[in-house]
Design a protein around this ligand. Sequence first.
Ligand code: CAA
Length: 246
Amino acid sequence: MKKLALITGSKGGIGSAITEKLVSQGYRVIATYFTGNLQCAEEWFEEKKFDSDQVRLFELDVTNTAECAERLPKLLEEEGTIDVIINNAGITRDGLFKKMAADNWHAVIDTNLNSLFNVTQPLFAAMCEKGGGRVVNISSVNGLKGQFGQTNYAAAKAGMIGFTKSLAFEGARYGVTANVVAPGYTATPMVEAMRDEVLESIKSEIPMKRLARPEEIADAVAYLASDAGAYITGETLSVNGGLYMN
Ligand code: CAA
């Protein structure tokens, strides 16, 4: 039987690469997309040539606690199992803290951090009851080292790491692991949206002198999700070209 993985933010740069990787390994993927973005999600599905056994598109606002609490248990019932949860949905609202609007603080904390509660909580007990599962949370190098202009983002991404270590304690006795992948600067629309001179200056600080490819992040996620990752829990796996070594 196919293993089933749920990925939030599945059609973004990293999410899309993770979806393709897991599909290539024989998983069925529940690919969540943000409310109202069905057309965009369907275009992505067509472009990647998925079929409906491989990928099921699933509308979900990961910031909406009530919606997740209602819809995710139903999804679990329909699909029978969820073996892997990948909390990948994330946004940036970069800006100097002294000028940061409260909306930009809350949007980032809601999407990048509160979503971990909203998505994981309705599914976690079933994973424990089943006696196995994987939670992989996509953080960032900037959650580890901080970054000028990213107080909101770094707070959320660092929070994900504390959440994951704590969840790892709770899942361990049931064979449910919880880990973090912390990508460095990756060739995705999010990073490419940065001002050229800022991005160039960051690239010059990366020991490998290049951005990560989304597939390199997906490979790390697939490893933690696999049977080979069974004894790894509470870990943060950096994939950052040497930008930050902790
Ligand atoms: N350290 C110290 N000072 C810095 C600095 C840094 N890293 N970067 C900029 N400054 C200084 C500037 O020199 C400037 O100084 P002066 O006023 O004396 O000239 C001042 O801070 C203001 O800088 P900007 O002109 O850049 O200000 P801005 O308001 O136009 O832009 C910003 C602010 C949007 C935060 C911009 O600096 C920026 O984009 N920074 C990079 C943020 C970043 O790395 N985002 C990552 C996005 S991708 C991602 O998040 C994925 C992931 O996980 C890695």
